[in-house]
Design a protein. Structure first.
Length: 94
């Protein structure tokens, strides 16, 4: 029984290495680049994509004026996208 579990465990761990990693094209972007791209997406009405970039900005650069503004922009983008409940929740938790 222990041998079977060990084999299954080894196979699962080995299988994890077969899953290709998703490349993040934004990994080397500066805070200014992330903010500018997110703002452009927001202005173009691509709210979901803008939210993703703003959230990346907040995660990578949590301290500073860009992160604070990103929180406001996320709430606005959620509101514009019709996600009023999430917008209020985000605003209240910030």
């Amino acid at each position: 029984m222990k041998t079977s579990l060990a084999i299954i465990f080894v196979l699962c761990v080995a299988a994890c290495g077969l899953v290709p990693e998703q490349k993040d094209d934004t990994e080397n972007w500066s805070v200014n680049k992330l903010y500018a791209e997110a703002k452009q997406l927001l202005n173009d009405g691509q709210y979901a994509d803008a939210i993703k970039l703003y959230e990346k900005l907040e995660a990578r650069y949590p301290h500073g004026s860009h992160a604070q503004q990103a929180q406001i922009e996320v709430a606005y983008a959620q509101w514009k996208a019709g996600e009023r409940a999430r917008s209020e929740e985000h605003r209240l938790n910030s």
